[in-house]
Design a protein around this ligand. Structure first.
Ligand code: SAM
Ligand code: SF4
Length: 345
């Protein structure tokens, strides 16, 4: 978004009401990275030799819940837990209860690699989790293990998906598409959505890989994905929901399945972005495509009041970057912003 759309001065942030940036975009959704750690090593996300945060640097459940309730008082109503892998954080189901009790929070969901879902799905549902998005980047076990840097996980993840359905969690499948790797499985994933009434979201490969192997040539655009699916299925594009990061398509026949594309790279959706992110290290990130991040952990640990913390968040959120297109024009190479496992997608 060019600067000309800026609603008012960079310094005139509001001290009450909704959490809003200087382009008039209101925050409604909070993504919390509860840990930078993970039991997988997906090549598009994790560095080869990750250096984990020290445990004392990571926000406690109480600190996370306090930030969430301060944000809820400014209009945030939806939370997604991510990571790293949220299920490797000990007792994560307890955080789910704590967050669902925050006044104003209507939905808590999670994005997970699914490896520990078989054990955790039922308790997560019982504790108030609405839904889980499971990342599944290939339907071929061997390729799945190559992409995720794991062994023997494929069947486990499928079992986790089944357990989540059984528990009554709303389920979505996320697939990051990379050219020359899994792009020949697009139709297989579409068939999965069609035949089993699943919700499958194809994500464009973003330059936040820990190993810095990202290359524009490896990005498969949402448009190309949909064109490929339309060679086999008739699709109907649904109107885009405000703030949604995906374009959603239904099948024109009687299937209840759904296809989505998250076109962050080729058709970014920054104009109605309603997200704010909280990293495990206690930094607030208004825009994942910007280097800007702001520390709330020090405020929490130095005894700041809720209103002092709220004021600091408001001030920093006000200067949220316009988004992807602007970043593409800067000298900052997006590949160097931060690896995805630290921000949670
Ligand atoms: N560990 C969990 C998982 O894999 O679902 C949650 C954290 S992961 C960082 C969140 C989402 O980001 C996942 O769907 C993952 O596939 C996606 N992701 C990771 N690296 C990506 C990249 N470079 N480009 C696009 N999506 C990416
Ligand atoms: Fe772990 Fe998720 Fe990153 Fe894969 S995408 S390495 S599962 S955090």
């Amino acid at each position: 978004m060019p600067d000309v759309y800026r609603k008012s001065s960079e310094h005139a942030y509001p001290t009450e009401g909704s959490l809003v940036d200087s382009f008039g975009r209101k925050a409604a959704k909070l993504r919390i990275s509860v840990t930078d750690r993970c039991n997988f090593r997906c090549d598009f996300c994790m560095p080869t030799h990750p250096i984990w945060l020290d445990h004392k640097e990571v926000l406690t459940f109480e600190e996370i819940t306090r930030v969430a309730s301060i944000l809820a008082s400014m209009g945030i109503n939806t939370i997604r837990l991510s990571g790293g892998e949220p299920l490797v954080r000990k007792d994560i189901e307890k955080l789910v209860i704590m967050l669902t009790k925050v006044k104003g929070i209507e939905s808590v969901s999670m994005t997970s690699n699914g490896a520990l879902l078989k054990e955790k799905a039922a308790i997560l549902k019982e504790n108030g989790l609405k839904g889980v998005t499971v990342s599944l980047h290939s339907l071929k076990p061997e390729l799945y293990h190559t992409i995720t840097g794991t062994k023997n996980m494929f069947e486990r993840v499928l079992a986790g998906i089944e357990e989540s359905k059984k528990a009554g969690l709303k389920l979505k499948i996320n697939c990051v598409v990379t050219r020359g790797c899994n792009d020949n499985e697009i139709l297989d994933f579409a068939k999965l959505a069609h035949d089993s009434n699943a919700i499958v979201r194809f994500i464009e490969y973003m330059p936040f890989d820990g190993t810095k192997i990202w290359d524009v040539e490896r990005v498969v655009s949402g448009r190309e994905i949909i064109q490929k699916i339309q060679t086999a299925y008739d699709l109907l594009e649904l109107p885009k929901e405000y703030g949604s990061t995906s374009k959603v398509y239904k099948f024109k026949d009687s299937s209840k399945g759904e296809i989505g594309t998250i076109t962050s790279m080729t058709e970014p959706f920054c104009g109605d972005c309603d997200r704010i992110r909280l990293k495990a290290d206690g930094k607030i990130v208004p825009c994942m495509f910007s280097l800007d991040e702001y520390d709330v952990k020090s405020l929490l640990r130095e005894g700041a009041s809720d209103s002092e913390i709220a004021r600091s968040i408001r001030k920093n959120f006000w200067s949220k970057s316009p988004g992807v297109e602007t970043m593409m024009k800067t000298n900052v190479q997006m590949i160097h912003i931060r690896p995805m496992h630290t921000i949670g997608g």
